[in-house]
Structure formats: C-alpha cells, structure tokens
Design a protein around this ligand. Structure first.
Ligand SMILES: [Zn+2]
Ligand SMILES: [Zn+2]
Length: 245
C-alpha cells in the first residue's frame, strides 16, 4: 500500500489531500532515472501560481498533484548521484532542469530544453510543465539531483530555520532575480528610492533581496491592479505545511 499522500487538484476551487502513488526513480514517461533522488518532504509552500490552477484559470486536469516549493530529506538515490547522500537536507528549486542543455549551460534553467517534451521549461506539480509530480506531498522524486538540489551543510541549523529556508525554492530567488533584472543598486542621495511594483507577497521579496545585498533606499509600493483577493491569497508562499521532523 502506498505511504504517500499529496494535495490533489480535483476541479476549479477544489483540492483534496489524497493517497497518491509512491515516488519512483522514474521520469514522467516511465524511463528509469539513476540521476534522481526520492525526498521525504519536510516543508513546502503554497505558491501564488498554484492559485491559477486551483481557481480554474488553466487547463490543469483533475488528479494533478500540486507543489513546486519543496524542502526535504534524501531517503533514496540513484546510482549516478555523486554529491548527495541519504539523510541530506536539501532545498529544491521550483524549476526542473537537466544542467546539460544549451539553456542550462547559460544559466537559463527555467527554460531547460530536455525536461518537458511539450516546450522549454519544467516544474513540479504544474500544468504543462513536463508532468513532474508535485511536492505538496509526503514524498517526491527529484531528477538530476546533483544539479538541482541545494544541500544544507548543517542539518541541525537547517532544521532550526526550516521555515525561512523553505523560501529558497521559489519566492526569495524569484524576488532576487527581479531585483537584479531591475538593476536595483546602491542609491546615492540624489537618487530616488527604487519602487518595487508587485502584488503581495512577491513585492516583499525584491525588497528583502535588496536589503540582503546591502542595497539601500528601497521603498515598496503595491501597484497591482488587483487588491489581495482573500485571506488565502494574502498568505500565499508562506510555509503552509510541515510534514515531518
Ligand atoms: Zn512558487
Ligand atoms: Zn537543461
């Protein structure tokens, strides 16, 4: 019997925690992948972009297991995994990437050319992103583990801050990427503060990133055409689930 349970999209406006298949070291097309690991999920976020599927704004099919912001412990690994061991605590970037294609080699891992037969770019638990099973679950498979996973060097320290570290999968680096692309930098007195134009909560992350990088004079402004739609949307991308110690 399966030990796995996950958050499953049922229909617009409806998700359920259900029994799901145990993960295997297999790609969505059934190929055996020895470069992958299986994680016991420690923590995960509900992302704002999950809401697109849950609210019925996509072509997601019933049965899709959600979740692309995953922190977990390695419990099984393929024979080609060289830099990770059983028991390691790791952060999983939201985009699945091979590390070998032209895009990955130029650091454009969000549009990896090999992990989604339909188009460039793959992700866990997301419609049209390659069929990789999501990680709002007890267990999940991560391919290309040596390339994709960020190992936390000190297990005890990682567990002390695990809710903060859960932000490393998507929301913090997404905000950081935005701050870099916007060329936010150290301000001179004659310069205006950099406005961060986004809706809650992503607007906080570019601002946090700027602070982390010692960039100064940041002000945040909500410029979204849509106000927060509900308590659930205000709380998106905060740690939602702690599955295991
Ligand atoms: Zn996300
Ligand atoms: Zn690639």
């Amino acid at each position: 019997m399966s030990k796995n349970r996950g958050v499953v999209y049922m229909r617009p406006g409806k998700v359920e925690v259900r029994d799901i298949d145990d993960p295997k070291l297999e790609a969505p097309d059934g190929r055996r992948i020895e470069h992958g690991v299986i994680l016991k999920v420690i923590s995960t976020n509900i992302c704002g972009s999950d809401q697109h599927m849950v609210r019925g704004r996509t072509t997601a099919m019933p049965g899709l297991v959600l979740g692309h912001e995953i922190t977990g412990q390695v419990i099984e690994k393929g024979v080609d995994v060289e830099m990770l061991d059983i028991g390691d605590i790791v952060s999983v970037p939201f985009n699945v990437a091979c590390g070998r294609c032209r895009c990955c080699k130029s650091q454009d891992t969000g549009v990896c050319l090999t992990v989604n037969p339909s188009r460039a770019g793959g992700a866990y638990g997301y419609v049209d992103m390659g069929g990789w099973i999501g990680g709002q679950a007890r267990y999940v498979t991560v391919p290309y583990a040596d390339f994709n996973l960020l190992k936390f060097p000190d297990r005890d320290r990682a567990m002390e801050k695990i809710r903060d570290l859960t932000m490393l999968s998507d929301i913090l680096p997404t905000g950081f990427h935005g701050a870099i692309n916007a060329k936010v930098g150290v301000a001179r007195s004659s310069m205006s503060p950099a406005p961060v134009l986004s809706a809650w909560p992503p607007r906080l992350r570019p601002a946090s990133s700027a602070r982390l990088s010692s960039w100064s004079a940041i002000s945040t402004r909500i410029a979204s055409p849509m106000p927060p739609r509900s308590a659930s949307s205000r709380s998106t991308s905060m740690p939602a689930t702690i599955w295991a110690k």
